[in-house]
Design a protein. Sequence first.
Length: 389
Amino acid sequence: MQVGIDKLHFATSHLYVDMAELANARQQAPDKYLIGIGQSQMAVIPPSQDTVTLAANAAYPMLTAADVDAIDLLVVATESGIDNSKAAAIYVARLLGLSKRVRTIEMKEACYAATAGLQLAADHVRVHPTKKALVIGSDIARYGLNTAGEPTQGGGAVAMLISADPQVLALNDDSVVLSEDVMDFWRPLYRTEALVDGKYSSNIYIDYFQDVFKGYLAEQHADLADFAALAFHLPYTKMGLKALRSVLPTTTPEHQEQLLAHFEHVRQFSRQVGNLYTGSLYLGLLSLLVTDPELKAGDLIGLFSYGSGAEGEFYTGRLQPNYQQGLDLALPQRLARRQRVSVAEYEACFNQQLQWIAADQTIDYQHDPQRFVLTGQINEQRQYLDQQA
Ligand code: COA
């Protein structure tokens, strides 16, 4: 029996800032952001969206009533959670109308945790093949205004339905993982923005990729030529390109060209959204599968997941015959319809997030077209609204 990703869907906000405009405002050369970092647009997350609403907005459109009935495990992976104790997944389960007979947990290990959730969900379905599991990576990446990390912000959520006989990608049981205590990026409980040693984290990312990829090749007696395409965690899209380039010399020039061409599809959506933290690898996978006309059923896809702190995992999946049926095919149109905001409007949004204080707060959500929105806080409890209910 095969187990894997049956459906894959994405949500972000309806707002973005243009990266050339942001570069000009920060007295940087636009090509540094557009080419050097590899980002064209960055999602601007309004205060009416948080980890919970993004997660629910990502999952809701793809779930049928039969899916809802079959889901008995919900994992929300995030490093921008809204509570130190209660799992974001419990709020999400309510918004999605899931059964009360569902295990709901939140997982954390920087940008890696959605992969841990995916593997947990796949093992769960292997034992309970009539059940389905929902895994959502949901985050808002915040480094701060006028910081080196600012052009690598963004936000959104990727929802994955895991089932037996999946439509999209059958997962192989071949993961190689690496985890060690490394201080490249962390966020103490008292901070709303991460602390990061950016150059160090980029170097560790490459080291981890090479380690787990070489480990995979040795364990599976495989080589790079076996792969149709590689998808990467994309904190910024140049990062994945650097990782890919680091292994290209081991294959033929013709295959190198093919892998580079596929990578342009991997990074297409991330280029327009920015960093998603936990969801980033899976937005890359979705981007590859939605935009690349050269892929075909049976192709082997390699996936590299990385979370600072640090943990890396390389694993693979086989593309299934009807993979397009499980995908968020309308995403390119939704991204194109977003509203561009000025740098001043982006800065205002950045500073207007729900405050970490006990007082009641109200959020102006009237202009947010997303189905699920955060409307404020009453008695220290976040208030969520389904605008279509
Ligand atoms: N045209 C084209 N490229 C340009 C350029 C220009 N005018 N000016 C600079 N660049 C290139 C640089 O050569 C560099 O490319 P390289 O890394 O391939 O050498 C790139 O743009 C970035 O420039 P750099 O000076 O290194 O940027 P920075 O010091 O502002 O920091 C990050 C970049 C990514 C380290 C920073 O944004 C960051 O800390 N991000 C958060 C951490 C992160 O994402 N880590 C990833 C692992 S999880």
